[in-house]
Design a protein around this ligand. Structure first.
Ligand code: PGA
Length: 243
């Protein structure tokens, strides 16, 4: 069954104290949120422990922004799956375009990460999407199909979320038209052997455009960067008005 999944990706923002401050304002705003909406916060590693303690017994799930494929070893700066699951993390973003662009992440390493996450019972949120140059060159479909093919080798589709994030729409305020995001997400779904995988849209999602995005039939949720930092704004996104 497809389900609605709304995730905040805080990127490199918020200390522990700021994370707790966010929760104080955010949680009371979820009192009337529709039951069928899954809500996830992907915080920096240093805030995950305190978030986990404070979210225990609430409907909000915790995600990390990456995960390594080995259980331990000489991998300075990386984090192992068990270090995350031990503190109650249940989701891990893999293949975010900022990781691919600035930190040399490849489809192969993204695939390793996704598989290791699943092995540890973390659900990967796999990000795919084309750059501006690729879109302008008419390569959107080809690029995404290639990413999916490589990233999903050996990945269990029943424990997966995909986020379609056109790179040119991330952090730019330049949202992909809702109909176009719907079209690409429909294409992604048609590439998968299961139609149940939740597929999110990500890229400049904000309170002002979430209702239109969620009105699209193929879009199952959103991965929200900048607009997830504000508890009032992110609560409005989670509480989008269904049409
Ligand atoms: P944005 O980021 O909402 O700030 O555009 C989205 C993301 O990178 O996941």
């Amino acid at each position: 069954m497809r389900r609605i999944v709304i995730a905040g990706n805080w990127k490199m923002h918020k200390t522990q104290a700021e994370s707790l401050e966010f929760l104080q304002s955010f949680l009371p705003q979820l009192e009337n949120t529709a039951e069928d909406r899954e809500v996830i916060l992907c915080a920096p590693y240093t805030a995950l422990g305190v978030m986990s303690k404070n979210l225990h017994g609430t409907r909000v799930r915790i995600g990390s922004q990456n995960v390594h494929w080995e259980e331990s070893g000489a991998f300075t700066g990386e984090i192992a799956p068990s270090m995350l699951t031990e503190i109650g993390v249940t989701y891990a973003v893999v293949g975010h375009s900022e990781r691919r662009q600035y930190f040399g992440e490849t489809d192969e390493t993204v695939n390793f990460r996704a598989r290791a996450a699943q092995k540890a019972e973390l659900t990967p949120i796999l990000c795919v999407g084309e750059s501006k140059e690729q879109r302008d060159a008419g390569q959107t479909e080809t690029v995404i199909k290639e990413q999916l093919k490589a990233d999903l080798v050996g990945v269990d589709l029943s424990q997966l979320v995909i986020a379609y994030e056109p790179i040119w729409a991330i952090g730019t305020g330049d949202t992909c038209e809702a109909e176009e995001a719907n079209r690409v997400i429909g294409m992604i779904r048609s590439e998968l052997s299961s139609s149940d995988v939740p597929i999110q849209y990500g890229g400049s999602v904000k309170p002002a455009n979430i209702d239109e995005i969620m009105a699209q039939p193929e879009i199952d949720g959103a991965l929200v960067g900048g607009a997830s930092l504000d508890p009032v704004g992110f609560a409005r996104i989670v509480n989008y008005e269904a049409t």
